[in-house]
Write a protein that binds this ligand. Sequence first.
Ligand code: ADP
Ligand code: MG
Length: 209
Amino acid sequence: MSAGKAEFLAWIEGLARVYAENRERLTELDAAIGDADHGVNMERGFGAAAASPEVQNASGIQSLLQAAARVLISQVGGASGPLYGTFFLRASAACAARAELDAAGVVELFRAGTEGVRQRGKAEPGDKTMLDALHPALAAMERALAGGGEIEAVLAAGVAAAEEGMLSTIPMQARKGRASYLGPRSAGHQDPGATSAWLLIRAAADVLR
Ligand code: ADP
Ligand code: MG
C-alpha cells in the first residue's frame, strides 16, 4: 500500500475543510491564552494552499508539499504560518523525487516535518506548543512502523498519540510563543497549536488509507 500525489492533494484539501470546520474551536482556544487568531490563520492558510494553482497542478508529491509550504509561509500571519510552512517544506524535501510513499516514507515525512518545527520554533516537548502533539505522534508512528504497520496503522497510532499529547498540554505552563507571556495563567487551557497539529495528522489518517 502506498500514497501518491492524489492522496497528498486530498490531504491538503481535507485540511482546508477541517480547519474551516474547526475555526471557532481554534479561535476559542487561542482567545484563552493568545490573541484569538489561530482559527482564522489556519483556515486562511490551508484554504489558500488548497486553492493554489501550484498545489493543484503540482507534478509530484515533493512539488505539491513545497508549494503548500510557500503559501503557508507567505500568507499566514502569526507564529503558526512559518512553523507549519517549515513542516511542509521539510516534509517535501523528505519526499525528494518519489512518486509514491510507503509506510516508511510517510513516517520519514512526519519525522522531517516535526524536526523542522522543532528547529524553527526552538521549542521542546513540554513547552505547551504544537510539538506536544507532533512529537509523541512521531514516536508512536515509528513504533507502529517498527512493528510492521502499514500506512493506515501507522497513522492511526499517530492520531491517538497526537490526541493524548494535545490533552497533555492542558495543565502545562507555556514556555514558547504568545501564551508564555501569561506565565502560570497559561496553565489550565489546551494549546491551540497542539490542537491544530492533532487535526493535521487526523486529516492525513482520513485520506492516506
Ligand atoms: P500567534 O501566536 O503568533 O498568534 P497562532 O495563534 O496562529 O500564532 O499560533 C499559536 C500556536 O503556535 C501556539 O498555540 C503554539 O502551539 C504554536 N507555537 C507558538 N510558538 C511556537 C514555537 N516557538 N514552537 C512551536 N510552536 C509554537
Ligand atoms: Mg494567535
